[in-house]
Write a protein that binds this ligand. Structure first.
Ligand SMILES: [Zn+2]
Length: 459
């Protein structure tokens, strides 16, 4: 059978994120099967024919976005229920999460995937939220997205109801999960070890799941916290700071992605750089939850030391959106303001974290993250024929500072056009939205979670 081909022709700009960071004006891209085979000026590819040609004269092309930390599951059904000034939502989060049924999780996952893809995200890490991966497999198949999945495990008491097992069972479940899931859907599913956090897992569990990940040749992610208070507690419990503790267990390394990691000190950042450990930072969640970027944010220091940094959105009830362009925007603005320093996180750096660098942080750098021959054809085509894109002189500034995910016009994953001129065809959206609303109503009633619906009277 002949390989199907797609040609993106006369793109207004192709922002390649290649080694030289070339931006090709009036560019064309040829896709053969799941991979990019040619990238260049439209004139160079003029005589190349394809099964499908996308006229991209008003479109700007970037690599697909990567979301390094996004809890997919319960939150879409009850998004927006947490008041701004509520303390930790975690007790509610896990009560709702644990109450999800298979059917409910399938639909909330599907909604999450629609939102991710329509915003240009082609790959994401679900840090162990999904309870029913078998039920969600059909959603991943239909949506065609890349996903890094794992089973969330813990073996210690936590102040909220995490999935808790004996140490041996936690390790065994992780081994089984990796064996069953890694590499499925033509390699679009990656299975990783996902212990929840160092506080909720014993040293034996952490070592055991890391060994399982290493043996399976795959990755590991966990929530990580530092700062003066966490350091004091960690030193009291383990005689070491939080990051040094993980290093002492052999938990750090190139296949490990720490999430959030606020409050790291210089020694901890050196430790991550030395071990090649990656970090996923969630800028919108940090701002919304009053995380204190000025005091605890370390993105510039991590980047300066060459640590691979990905951006994440965290749970859709923490961020609350999954729009990676708005996330790039937040990353680029947040540190300029927090440090009162305009040199912090330029627009180009933010875009790197959302694409090339983020893909590297997830261990996917050889396959995605830039537009180059040989890479997987994971692309976002932005519609620049919209008011917010005018006037166009600096494409990266316009993307990061003017635009948002609403101008995502077309999204391609593995050479397959998934969002085509603003439309996806794998699910009936109005029916899905109504169903998820119903699931949310039922879930709140069933769990007895009652929060004020609105500060203002809904009449
Ligand atoms: Zn998380």
């Amino acid at each position: 059978m002949r390989t199907p081909t797609v040609k993106i022709e006369h793109a207004r700009y192709v922002v390649t994120l290649d080694g030289a960071r070339r931006i090709v004006a009036d560019g064309s891209i040829l896709i053969e099967g799941p991979r990019i085979s040619r990238v260049g000026k439209a004139a160079e590819l003029r005589d190349v024919a394809a099964d499908r040609v996308i006229d991209a004269r008003h479109l700007l092309v970037t690599p697909g976005f990567v979301n390094g930390h996004m809890h997919i599951s319960y939150a879409h059904a009850v998004r927006g229920i947490f008041p701004d000034d509520m303390g930790s939502p975690l007790p509610y989060v896990f009560r709702l999460q644990m109450a999800m049924t298979e059917d409910e999780e399938y639909y909330t996952t599907l909604l999450g995937l629609v939102e991710l893809l329509k915003g240009g995200t082609v790959a994401f890490v679900d840090p162990g939220s999904t309870k029913y991966p078998d039920a969600c497999l059909q959603a991943y198949t239909d949506a065609g997205i890349r996903v890094i999945l794992g089973e969330g495990v813990s073996d210690q008491n936590a102040p909220f109801p995490l999935p808790r097992y004996s140490t041996e069972e936690g390790v065994r479940r992780t081994e089984d999960f990796l064996r069953k899931w890694n590499g499925r859907l033509d390699g679009r599913i990656h299975a990783w070890a996902m212990p929840f956090s160092p506080e909720s897992c014993s040293a034996e569990l952490l070592r055991g799941v890391k060994r399982a990940a290493d043996e399976a040749g795959t990755g590991l992610t966990l929530h990580h916290l530092s700062g003066p208070e966490a350091r004091r507690e960690s030193v009291a419990r383990h005689g070491l700071g939080p990051t040094q503790y993980l290093e002492s267990l052999g938990l750090l390394g190139p296949s490990v992605l720490l999430s959030h990691a606020p409050g790291l000190d210089a020694d901890e950042i050196d430790c991550l750089a030395r071990t090649g450990t990656a970090v996923a930072v969630c800028p919108v969640m940090n701002a919304k939850r009053g995380g204190g970027t000025a005091e605890h944010g370390r993105m510039p220091e991590l980047l300066a030391k060459g640590v691979r940094v990905a951006l994440g959105s965290d749970s859709p009830n923490n961020s609350n959106h999954l729009d990676m362009v708005r996330t790039l925007n937040m990353a680029a603005l947040q540190y300029k303001d927090a440090r009162q320093d305009l040199r912090q996180i330029p627009a180009e750096r933010a875009l790197e974290m959302g694409t090339r660098l983020g893909a590297q942080a997830l261990g996917l750098g050889a396959e995605i993250g830039s537009i180059e021959p040989g890479k997987r054809a994971d692309l976002v085509l932005f519609d620049t024929a919209r008011p917010e894109w005018q006037a166009m002189f600096n494409p990266v500034n316009n993307l990061v500072y003017n635009a948002d995910g609403r101008s995502v016009h077309t999204v391609i994953v593995d050479g397959r056009v998934i969002v085509d001129a603003y439309r996806q065809s794998f699910v009936d959206e109005p029916r899905l939205f109504a169903r998820v609303q119903e699931i949310g109503e039922r879930l709140l009633a069933r769990t007895g979670v009652e929060l004020p619906r609105s500060r203002w009277p809904i009449v």
